[in-house]
Ligand binder design. Sequence first.
Ligand code: GAR
Length: 213
Amino acid sequence: MKRRTAVLISGRGSNLKALIDAARDPRFPAEIALVISNEPEAPGLKLAQEAGIAAQVIAHRPFRGDRAAHEAAIDHALTAAEIELVCLAGYMRLLTPFLVGRWAGRMLNIHPSLLPAFPGLHTHARALAAGAKVHGCTVHLVTEEMDSGPILVQAAVPVLPDDDEATLAARVLAQEHVIYPLALRLLAGGEAGKPASPASRLVNPLPIGAEAP
Ligand code: GAR
């Protein structure tokens, strides 16, 4: 049985699309059963509709000042749809301990840096400003502290001399679309906590000392 999975978005939804595409494979252990956006105009909602997936807007603005009530509404929708796993995919709201606790061990987040480097926003600009030679992305379990839960998969990319924020972001995003399906496959298939070769968890590793292409 495929694990019923919800994806929470706030915008474009390219990671949502990567998860939808991966889940089409009959052998993939999760199905994308619900998409929730806190932004009524999120382009990702259209991707969900095109794929025939139930999509709901649970806007945060009507709940202004009452984060707990907004999260209770999300939790209610997840429970009503019999969701087992949750993927945050560009969901740009900080979660309170309530929702994190409800979904502990069952909620993933994708972050556009090699955590623990560059938690928070503007990761690509910060990597460039720091002179990083390697950058990347991370999928991790969500815990109370932002961008800091146990890591399931990371992918590394080189930072090239001519990079600006847009070129670097695009290189990282291409890897996000690889590792998010991989991480969901690990979690849904019950493989997430098992020991494995580190190479299977680090996609596209750069040999130490290698010149960036
Ligand atoms: C992705 O790059 C994701 O890693 C990032 O937002 C983008 C969403 O793109 N998430 C965060 O920064 C979370 N702190 P998408 O809507 O096309 O998937």
